[in-house]
Design a protein around this ligand. Structure first.
Ligand SMILES: [Zn+2]
Length: 57
């Protein structure tokens, strides 16, 4: 299951309110609000992710 990088919630792709391609991976968001926050500062959210998650996706 993809994880919303902003609120760290697991979301199914079918339920995702928004998606965003970032560094050749597709990220999914629970809401447009989370997507907007991510787009404002993508680096800060991606840095929170473990290396393991980065490799897995
Ligand atoms: Zn969210």
């Amino acid at each position: 299951m993809p994880i919303d990088p902003v609120c760290k919630m697991e979301i199914s792709i079918a339920d995702a309110a928004a998606s965003h391609d970032y560094q050749s991976e597709t990220l999914y968001f629970c809401s447009l609000d989370c997507q907007r926050k991510f787009e404002r500062d993508p680096g800060s959210y991606m840095d929170d992710m473990s290396d393991e998650e980065r490799v897995a996706s």
